[in-house]
Design a protein around this ligand. Sequence first.
Ligand code: 4AD
Ligand code: MG
Length: 431
Amino acid sequence: MKTIMIHEMPDHVGETVRIGAWIANKRSSGKIAFLQLRDGSGFVQGVVVKEVVGEEIFAKAKSIHQETSLYVTAEVTEDERSSFGVELQVKDIEIIHEAVDYPITPKEHGTEFLMDHRHLWLRSRKQHAIMKIRDEIIRSTYEFFHINGFVKIDPPILTGSSPEGTSELFHTKYFDEDAYLSQSGQLYLEAAAMALGKVFSFGPTFRAEKSKTRRHLIEFWMIEPEMAFVQHAESLEVQEQYVAHIVQSVLQNCPLELERLGRDLSKLEKIQAPFPRITYDDAIKFLHEKGFDDIVWGDDFGAPHETAIAENYDMPVFITHYPTGIKPFYMQPHPDRDDVVLCADLIAPEGYGEIIGGSERIYDYEMMKQRIQEHNLDESAYEWYLDICKFGAVPHSGFGLGLERTVAWISGVEHVRETIPFPRLLNRLYP
Ligand code: 4AD
Ligand code: MG
């Protein structure tokens, strides 16, 4: 007999199969027991009828505990109400390991309790759906960039220089030297773009930021494309096409998961390129009109400002041309103004905040050297980076998309802590 997975069951209607599974939940009466089975690939109901299986197997099914592992032998039958359109008519049960007093029960639990049990919480239906959507975003990311001629590049995690400012670096010793965990692979990607034209990375990044918000993780994963001979306007086009691609891929390939999360699909269906653009200057004017007196030109936006701007659109919106003073050293100045740079942040709808930060990069050697000095960066650590401006420098642009914020938005979950398997938060390194 074939051992199969739950997601393969629609191809086996009418057959008797065996699956390895865990008990997600159970209901029973004197004559019939309903086992909610999960095997990672999906959830299915197993029906155990006393008259069919006999006393012994029925007693096993009746007394089985949540999260007990087992092999189930059963006939696959059609059932329109279930997610894969099938149900199992159980014939035999073989218990592998009995789980006793599983801590996460179908009742409500507090967030701290669930976070302490993250290693088990991942087994629940909602977390399962979020992880599947995360996986689909990763899959469709590789698909998009490979279709468009990008080469995947893996920048180092242990680094000697910092792209995004020095205040949020994780310090560590590298034998006798100082090293930092990467806060972005960008500088290395710029060098790689000069070798391979269009590149992208996908990897963990670290921010020793004392932020405790629903959008901040200490360790998060970033997708960072970098493109030689591409300037600001064209980079925005790549960004909107990329984001539309991942949203449409999730809609197409994760319908069960989106349904399980109760996501409003009409909001996602609208997400198609092009996305609206608003300059920083106009965003400030808009905020003043809306009564935000706390912000002046030159300030960075906080979450309430971003949310107010995003509420104007049912698409993600680019805020472009931020003041030079609040952005990193490497951004290319506006050709006609030296107070703003050629950059954009992409703000997701529905209050999910900034999901992309990107810009055109400086490629003039003298200007880059001056910026490094103005930002009080250790010049010796950037010597290699300056070589990009020294040997065949070209206009180039890139951006970074934060995976967890994007998963949160597309899944419609409130907090980024549920969008990564094992979140690293301000006060959490466990489990
Ligand atoms: O805006 P950021 O800091 O940009 C960079 O690091 C650039 N070097 C990227 C590039 O141009 N190659 O970060 C990019 C994105 C943000 O828009 C946000 O989505 C996410 O990374 N992000 C975080 N996500 C979760 N927790 C945090 N602490 C984050 N910080 C940034
Ligand atoms: Mg940013």
